[in-house]
Each structure stands twice: as structure tokens, then as C-alpha cells.
Design a protein around this ligand. Sequence first.
Ligand code: ADP
Ligand code: MG
Length: 358
Amino acid sequence: MAKIQLSNLAHSYYPNPKGEEDYALKEMNHVWEDGQAYALLGSSGCGKSTLLNIISGLLHPSQGRVLFGDRDVTLAPTAARNIAQVFQFPVVYDTMTVRQNLAFPLKNRGEDAAYIARRVDEIARMIGMEDALNRKARGLTADAKQKISLGRGMVREDVNAILFDEPLTVIDPHMKWELRTQLKSLHRQFGHTMIYVTHDQTEALTFADKVVVMYDGRVVQMGTPEELFETPEHTFVGYFIGSPGMNVIPARIEGDQAYVDGAQIPLGRGYGKLEGKVEIGVRPEFTSLSQTGGLPVNVRRVEDVGRHKIIRADFFGNEINIIAPEGTPIRSDMNRVTFNPEKVNVYANDWRVTGEAA
Ligand code: ADP
Ligand code: MG
């Protein structure tokens, strides 16, 4: 196993890229620590598969280097990288049995028969296919075939990393949770570096130690679920993570105060002069609705989602969401909002500005 390093990496599918917009991946520098479980999260088309395929060697980057440990593997073929990859749709050998499919990567490596038998049994149990081991893959459902693909990705214990590209897309919803739990326990047991691609924040947050959020060909933040929640480094992370996402409101900043249309919002930190598009970001969880204090707000709608209430409101022409704990009565005279100053982030041109302790 090894740490994976991307150095000045960029990729364009065009032979002669003109500008940045021609790059599916903009230039990036990242280190993926050995043995961590990562989720690569972002909306469709942001470059997740491109990045994964560059790491696995299915695709060679138009610029930069990929290092496994100290070894430069930028141009090495997949087979020379010692990794396993599981794709969105099943890749199985139809004429082989489930057992033969699972054993295939081990046979290829010349492992001995007793070890293969033991390991295949173990994996079959994990994917819940012990009873189907002697069946031919042909004729199985897409769901079962994908479980075989997952099993085959996990069967080797000596890989540098296991890469999963939206592997649960065709899996039945109730089985999804179970397989994800299995992947997680496999990670705890063997400590492989895992990179799990998904566009689903719940999947990412439950699976990963670290979530890598991509937006428009860039990695905008690599962090623990808590970091993504508390301090989104980019407004996209704020919107994309959380339900509903972070409130982002155009503002003017003066020292440790923000101004939205003349209303003054105290901040936990102080800021110097900011250029370009300036906004504050505060999660609905860190705002509260009350009868007195705070700033005026117009409540439009209250949604009870069980765990809590989501209040949809208008704040000086900006739509915001406020979360109130379950059981809080929302009365019609509650028309003031307070933002927790410590939890208000400041953004310039979509990137978070750190500021200084006030
Ligand atoms: P994701 O996996 O996040 O949905 P992809 O990495 O597949 O995103 O795609 C990133 C961008 O690169 C998209 O704009 C997509 O259209 C483009 N792209 C992906 N594969 C190819 C290809 N083989 N040729 C040309 N463009 C591609
Ligand atoms: Mg993809």
C-alpha cells in the first residue's frame, strides 16, 4: 500500500486545449494518505470518473504526475499499479460461476487453491452470495452481478488501493446500506486506501473518513464530514452538503460586522478589505427564529420533517432556511432571526476567507 500523490495534474479530452474551460480536470495538487477511506463527491460531470481513471491508469493525464509512494506511475498501465477498481455497472464473466468470478483476480496472481477457497468464501459471505457460488453469472440479476463485481474488487488483500466508481447505482435501496456497511468494515479490517465515488452526500458522509468535494473540474475541499459542515471552504460545499444547504447571502463586510441591506450581523472574526463577490454563509442549523432580538425576517412556510422543522423565510430579499428543533412551536409573531456569530463564514468570490480572531 502507498500514499497517492497528484502533482500538477490536469486533464483535457481535447488534443489541443485552448483555455481552462477545455479541461475536465483543472490543475490540482493532492495527497491521498495511505489507508484512509475517501469519498469523492460532486454532481454529475464535475470530473470524478476522470480523476479516478487517472489514478487507476485507464486514462493518462494530459499534464502532471501520479505517484504511488515514491514511484512515478503516470504512464504505467493499470495492471502495473496493483489496484482494484469497481465500476458503476457490473463487469462479470457470464460463462463463469460466481465462485470462478470471485476467484479470478487471485488465480491470476497464482495464489494457492486453499487460500483462494477460503478468501472466496469470506467475500461471498460479505456480499450475501454464499448460496449462489456455484451458479453461472449469466441469468443473475443486474443487482447480483454488481455484487459480484464488488466482491471481485475486494477479494485481493495486497492491493495499493480499491477504487469504486458509483458502485451501488444498480443495487436495490435496502441492500445499498448493507453493502456500504460491509465496505466500511472491510476497510477497518484491512486498512486499504479506498476511494469511493458518489454524487450522494449521505453515501459520502457515512462511508468516508475524508470527503473530497469536486466542483467543475476542481477539488474544492478535502476534509472530514465535520469540517465540511462547520467550515465549507467554497460556497459549493456549503450548498451541496447539508439538507437544506448553507444560506449564502450577499453582504458587505466591515471589520467584524457584516451588512445585508443595512442590517448589521455580528461576526465571530474580523476581516480586512475584501475584493469581488462578497457573501456570508451560515447553515440553517446555526440560525434561530424568535419573537424578539435579532433581525427582521418574513416566514413563508414551515416544513416539519420529523427530526426538526425547516422554516423557509425571506431575509431582505434573500431566501433563507432556518432550522428549529423538533417540538419548537412556531408562532406567527416569530419574525426575528439570529445568526450564531461564531458560525458565520465569509466568502470572497466563492472561497472562504479565514479572517482573524476578533
Ligand atoms: P463525473 O464522473 O463526475 O460525472 P466525468 O469525469 O465523467 O464526470 O466527466 C467530466 C467531464 O469530462 C464532463 O464534461 C464530460 O462530458 C467530459 N468527458 C468525460 N469523458 C469524456 C470523453 N471520453 N471524451 C470527452 N469528454 C469526456
Ligand atoms: Mg462518473
